[in-house]
Design a protein around this ligand. Structure first.
Ligand code: XMP
Length: 521
C-alpha cells in the first residue's frame, strides 16, 4: 500500500518540512533539528509518491543521509520528480549524492572516504554559507560528488570531497556532503536555518504553546462531550498526555494511577500531589502493592516477573475501567518515534508493551486519544514545562514498567524493595546534587540478592551489595557506562552503606550496551 502521511501530520507539514528518509537514524535527527528551529517536520519514506508530497504541500524537502552507496544494488533511490515540484530541496550526504546523480552530476567511489571532523573550505559566502563562520564539519561518506550537475555552483570543498556543498539558487536546490544535523558541525544549525528561513521562507511557528493550542482543539473535536480515562505511570509521557486532555475536556477525564509497589521513593506521593492537588485532575490512586508482592512470591525468572506484573497491571486497570463504566476514550502517550517505527503513516497506533507501564489493555473497547503522536521525546518535555508540570516529572529519567522488580536480581520481597528503594533514593539525590541528573540517560541502583561478608565497627556483617548503574545514551538502543567522578562515587558508596541498613558493599557496573542491557533483567 502506498504511503500516506497521517492526517494530523499533514495539517502541520503543510508549510513545514518533509524529511525524505534514506536511513532512519539520520532522518530522525534531521527532523528533530528542524523542529528545534521551530519549524514542523515529518518523515516520509524515500519511495513516497511525489503526488503525496504535492497533496501535503510542504514548504521544503530535506533528503536525508543513509548508509548506502548510490551504486549499491538495492540502494534506496530518489524519484527525480521530487526535485521538480517547485519546492526547495536540501540534500544531505547520501541525499545530496542521489540528487546529483538524478540531475546529471557525477558520484565517484574514491575508495577512501572521510569520517569524522574534517576541515572545510568555502568558495562562496553567498547562499547557505552567508555570514557563517565555517571551518570544520562532520563527514561520514565513502562516495563523493566529483562533478556537480548543470546549474549548480560548487560552494565548498574538503580534502576528500571536491564538491562538499553545491547550490542551484534559481531552482532552490542545495546539497551538502557533510552532516549539518550533528553537533560536531558547529555551524550546522545556522546552515539549516538558512535553508528554512531564506531558501524556503518558512515561519517559525512550531512552539510548545502552539502545540498545546492545536492539540487541545483536536482533543475537543475528537472526544466531543464524552468521557476519557488515562493511566498515569509517573513518567513524563503519560503525565503530559493527561494534562493536555485535561485542559481540553476538564473533569470528563479520569486518571488512574496503579501503584504496583515497585516504584521509586515518594513517586506515588508526587503523582498524587501534582495531579490530585495541583492540577485538580480527577485521580484514582489504586494501592495494589500487596497483590503484586504476593503474586511475585517465589518468582526469580526475569520474564516471569515481567509477565506477571504486566498481566496483573492490565487486570487492575481493567477493573477500574469497569467501575468507571462509560469512558469512551483511552488516552495514550504514543510518541512520534513510535509512529515512525510502526510505519509512520496512517496505520493505527501499535501499542507496544515495552513503551507502556507493563502494557495497557489491548482488548478494551475504547478509542485511543494520542495527543503526543506528533512529538519527539524532547518536545514532550518542553510541552510539559509549558503546561507547568513539576520539573521532577518533566525531566524524569526513563523507568521500566515492571519497576524495581527487575532491579532486584532474585525474588522480590518487601525487605529487598525497601533496601533498594532507599539506596536508589540516596544515589539519585547525589546525582542531582552533582548536577548530572539530566546528562545521564539513566542512573539507578540494582540489588542482586546475594550476600557478602564485611566489617562495620567491630562486627562482621553479612549483607547485600548495591550496584550503581549509570549510563549515557541517545535512544536506549546503545548506551555507554557513565564515567562518574570518583569523589561522587565515594560519596554515594559511603552514604549508602551508612544510611541503608542491610547493605555492606557498593559496586559499579562498567558495562556498555551492547554487550550488556541497561537494566539487569
Ligand atoms: P534495556 O534493559 O533493554 O532497556 O537496555 C532499554 C530501555 O528500556 C527500558 N525498559 C523498559 N521500559 N517497560 C518499559 O516501559 C519495560 O518492561 C522495560 N524494560 C526496559 C529501560 O529502563 C531502558 O531505558
Amino acid at each position: 500500500m502506498a504511503f500516506a502521511l497521517a492526517p494530523e501530520l499533514v495539517d502541520q507539514a503543510r508549510g513545514g518540512i518533509l524529511v525524505v528518509d534514506f536511513g532512519a537514524q539520520y532522518s530522525q535527527l534531521i527532523a528533530r533539528r528542524v523542529r528545534e528551529c521551530r519549524v514542523f517536520s515529518a518523515i516520509v519514506p524515500h519511495d513516497v509518491d511525489p503526488d503525496e508530497v504535492v497533496r501535503i504541500a510542504p514548504g521544503g524537502i530535506i533528503l536525508s543521509g543513509g548508509p548506502a552507496s548510490v551504486y549499491e544494488d538495492g540502494a534506496p533511490s530518489l524519484d527525480p520528480r521530487l526535485l521538480n515540484l517547485g519546492i526547495p530541496v536540501l540534500g544531505i550526504c547520501y541525499g545530496m549524492q542521489s540528487m546529483a546523480q538524478a540531475l546529471g552530476g557525477v558520484v565517484t567511489n574514491s575508495g577512501t572516504g572521510e569520517f569524522g571532523r574534517t576541515e572545510i573550505r568555502v568558495h562562496s559566502r553567498e547562499g547557505l554559507f552567508r555570514d557563517l563562520p565555517v571551518d570544520t564539519c562532520w563527514m561520514s561518506h565513502r562516495d563523493a560528488v566529483t562533478s556537480a550537475p548543470e546549474g549548480f555552483t560548487v560552494t565548498a570543498e574538503t580534502p576528500g570531497a571536491p564538491v562538499a556543498a553545491m547550490e542551484d539558487p534559481v531552482n532552490r536546490r542545495f546539497g551538502v556532503q557533510f552532516h549539518p544535523e550533528v553537533v560536531h558541525t558547529p555551524f550546522g544549525t545556522d546552515l539549516l536555518k538558512g535553508f528554512l528561513f531564506d531558501a524556503c521562507d518558512l515561519t517559525p511557528t512550531w512552539t510548545p504553546a502552539n502545540v498545546i493550542d492545536d492539540q487541545v482543539a483536536r482533543i475537543r473535536e475528537q472526544v466531543g462531550d464524552q468521557r476519557a480515562m488515562c493511566g498515569l505511570s509517573g513518567g513524563v509521557d503519560s503525565a503530559v498526555a493527561a494534562l493536555l486532555v485535561h485542559r481540553a475536556i476538564g473533569d470528563r477525564l479520569t486518571c488512574v494511577f496503579v501503584d504496583h509497589g515497585m516504584l521509586r521513593m515518594n513517586e506515588g506521593e508526587q503523582v498524587e500531589e501534582a495531579f490530585g492537588k495541583h492540577f485538580n485532575v480527577p485521580l484514582i490512586h489504586v494501592r495494589a502493592q500487596d497483590a503484586f508482592l504476593s503474586g511475585l512470591k517465589g518468582v526469580t525468572d526475569p520474564e516471569e516477573k515481567r509477565k506477571f506484573i504486566g498481566g496483573e497491571f492490565i487486570r487492575t486497570f481493567d477493573q477500574e475501567a469497569a467501575k468507571l463504566g462509560n469512558e469512551k476514550f483511552l488516552v495514550q502517550g504514543t510518541l512520534y518515534s513510535d509512529v515512525i517505527e510502526s510505519g509512520g503513516g496512517t496505520n493505527a497506533a501499535v501499542i507496544k508493551s515495552h513503551h507502556n507501564v507493563g502494557g495497557l489493555p489491548d482488548d478494551m473497547d475504547m478509542a485511543l486519544v494520542e495527543p503526543l503522536r506528533q512529538l519527539f521525546k524532547d518536545e514532550v518535555r518542553l510541552v510539559g514545562e509549558e503546561l507547568g508540570l513539576p520539573e521532577r516529572m518533566v525531566w524524569r529519567q526513563p523507568f521500566p514498567g515492571p519497576g524495581l522488580a527487575i532491579r532486584i536480581i532474585g525474588e522480590v520481597t518487601a525487605e529487598r524493595l525497601e533496601i533498594l528503594r532507599h539506596a536508589d533514593f540516596v544515589l539519585q539525590e547525589e546525582i542531582r546534587l552533582a548536577g548530572l541528573y539530566r546528562d545521564l540517560w539513566q542512573s539507578f541502583a540494582v540489588l542482586p540478592a546475594i550476600r557478602s561478608v564485611g566489617v562495620q565497627g567491630d562486627s562482621r556483617t553479612y549483607a547485600y551489595p548495591i550496584v550503581i548503574r549509570a549510563v549515557t545514551s541517545d535512544d536506549a538502543m546503545t548506551a555507554d557506562w557513565a564515567r562518574l567522578p570518583h569523589d561522587l562515587l565515594e560519596k554515594i558508596s559511603s552514604r549508602i552503606i551508612n544510611e541503608v541498613p542491610g547493605v555492606n558493599r557498593v559496586v559499579l557496573d562498567i558495562t556498555s550496551k551492547p554487550p550488556g542491557t541497561i537494566e539487569w533483567e
